[in-house]
Design a protein around this ligand. Structure first.
Ligand SMILES: Cc1cc2nc3c(=O)[nH]c(=O)nc-3n(C[C@H](O)[C@H](O)[C@H](O)COP(=O)(O)OP(=O)(O)OC[C@H]3O[C@@H](n4cnc5c(N)ncnc54)[C@H](O)[C@@H]3O)c2cc1C
Length: 180
């Protein structure tokens, strides 16, 4: 119910300024606007990776190998800020790691070994457990081949994985420089 007929049947309506206008009046020309740069196509947008640990860097290498652009951000100002001295044993993840890496980096994996000479001599990691009160060897897992299990330095692996990756250092959103 209402005093006014419906808009559809009304030949005239009032503009906001109170000036009568017909409903069929052509739309005003678009206002000139500053033309922003066209948005890049989705395929051109880089994948943003936060954290240049071994996971982030390996992901970056794997994506780049497949032609996907990446940007890697890290809060530490150098690779030595966090304790990096520990060794990592790579076993079940080793085949996947090699598949994800560009072949030239996979071939350089021995650079990250804890003891390259020992691996070359066939003395693969055996996880020895010693009784430190007697220096007696209590337990050791059976040896495995280099293809199955290797012990790498996390620091050296990270450095290897950072090869060719432009790591952007940011703290609180502010750019501080680059690593790599
Ligand atoms: C003593 C020790 C022994 C280990 N032994 C083994 C082993 O034998 N085998 C094995 O597989 N694993 C082992 N691990 C585990 C292994 O080290 C970790 O799983 C692995 O390093 C995790 O890597 P990540 O890249 O996921 O994380 P991290 O190495 O922790 O890297 C994360 C990175 O992200 C950055 N970051 C975090 N938040 C932000 C932010 N908001 N902005 C920017 N940067 C950010 C950090 O600064 C860091 O550099 C061991 C760990 C330790 C401590």
């Amino acid at each position: 119910m209402g005093l006014w007929p419906s808009t559809a049947s009304r030949p005239f309506s009032m503009s906001e300024a109170g000036v009568p206008t017909t409903d069929r009046q052509p739309a005003p020309p678009p206002r000139p606007r500053s033309s922003p740069a066209p948005a890049p196509a989705p395929a051109e947008l880089p994948v943003l990776i936060v954290g240049a640990g071994v996971s982030g860097l390996l992901l970056a290498q794997a994506l780049r190998r497949r032609g996907v652009a990446v940007r890697v951000f890290e809060r530490d100002t150098d690779f030595a800020t966090r304790g990096i001295g520990w060794g990592l044993t790579l076993h079940w993840s080793l085949p996947a790691l090699k598949t994800l890496l560009p072949p030239e980096l996979a071939a350089r994996l021995p650079e990250a070994y804890v003891d390259r000479a020992a691996v070359a001599a066939g003395a693969a990691s055996r996880f020895p457990f010693y009784d430190l009160s007697t220096a007696r060897l209590v337990l050791a897992v059976p040896p495995a081949s280099e293809a199955e299990r290797v012990r790498v330095s996390r620091g050296r692996l990270r450095t290897l994985l950072a090869t060719g990756i432009d790591v952007e250092v940011r703290v609180g959103g502010a750019p501080l420089g680059r690593l790599g």
